[in-house]
Design a protein around this ligand. Structure first.
Ligand code: ZN
Length: 321
């Protein structure tokens, strides 16, 4: 009787797996969203497009307010400009935390010198800043955030990565030879996102780097000192003046300017340059990763905004220092 039951269930299992190879077995919550596990040992992301793009509710509420200009900000993986907002019509001044306690790090995207600045150039506005590099050099995320766009752009950017950050800013990394991230991926400041190159409308390898807010470009030198390589301030006051064509960086906030009177080395080249990342391999556990990197599991969780119970995704980078 027991054997008969076993045979029936075996036959049933066989036919059900043949008939519905995509039968879902379980759903696992991860940092990427819900992953559905199928009976044929494949998986897929369940709520891949469920993210609404809002990483900062306070800023989004202010930006969408009627009295401020009624701006929108979509989450679109397919087009580089998700909405065309004209922020020179912004009515209020909005305070952003460029870095905050939860996302404290800034890392220069590449260490190269400036080869072209923001502003009017060859009859049109140069919406970013160009930084020198060699093809194949690693390009890293300036701040932590979520990848909105990662693909070849035939509008001139070439291989382009766009990261939306937790304060509502977006950064563009263009002309790369290779992309190392994919849309909807979470990245941390300093994490490699691509290799530098000369793709798209580019003459010689360089990184074209843009800082945008609700799709409108601003002078990246408003927030970063590219010559001395540091973040100018943890705060940014966004007002319509920042979005005037060719706007020069305002000199009012440069809280982190090195004090020239002090004898050197009181500022590192980048803020917190000793960050270190580990790429998760199949079978890794948080305890093992923490042990190997001489930190506690709770510190590891705190650095990455995860819980001890979080499921580790092979291939994803974790900050370990
Ligand atoms: Zn450029």
């Amino acid at each position: 009787m027991r054997l008969k039951f076993y045979l029936i269930s075996l036959v049933f299992t066989f036919f059900s797996s043949v008939l519905s190879a995509q039968k879902s077995l379980d759903t696992v919550e991860t940092d990427f969203g819900s992953i559905i596990l199928y009976s044929n040992k494949t998986w897929s992301l369940y709520n891949k497009n469920a993210f609404n793009g809002i990483l900062n509710k306070r800023v989004h509420r202010l930006m969408t307010e009627e009295q401020n200009g009624n701006f929108t900000n979509k989450w679109n993986n397919d087009v580089c400009f998700s909405t065309r907002n004209d922020l020179s019509k912004l009515k209020d001044t909005i305070w952003l935390c460029v870095t905050d306690e939860e996302h404290p790090d800034f890392v220069m995207p590449v260490p190269g010198v400036v080869t072209s600045r923001y502003g009017f150039r060859s009859g049109r506005n140069h919406n970013g800043i160009d930084l020198d590099l060699e093809t194949g050099d690693t390009v890293v995320a300036a701040w932590s955030g979520k990848v909105r766009y990662a693909k070849f752009n035939d509008g001139g950017f070439g291989n382009l990565v766009i990261i939306r950050h937790y304060n509502g800013l977006e950064t563009f990394y263009a002309h790369m030879s290779k992309l190392l991230v994919f849309p909807d991926q979470d990245v941390v400041a300093g994490e490699p996102i691509g290799l530098g190159g000369n793709t798209g409308h580019s003459f010689g390898a360089h990184l074209h780097f843009e800082v945008r807010f609700y799709d409108s470009p601003m002078n990246p030198e408003e927030v970063i000192n590219f010559d001395k390589k540091y973040l100018k301030s943890e705060n940014l006051f966004v007002h319509k003046g920042l979005f005037k064509v060719g706007a020069k960086p305002s000199s009012v906030h440069d809280d982190n300017a090195p004090n020239e009177n002090k004898v050197v080395q009181n500022k590192p080249a980048t803020i917190k340059p000793q960050t270190k990342y580990y790429r998760v391999k199949t079978g890794d556990t948080l305890t093992e990763i923490a042990d190997r990197n001489n930190i506690t599991v709770s510190k590891l969780c705190q650095l990455n905004g995860i819980k001890p119970s979080s499921v580790l995704i092979p291939g994803k980078s974790l900050r370990v220092k």
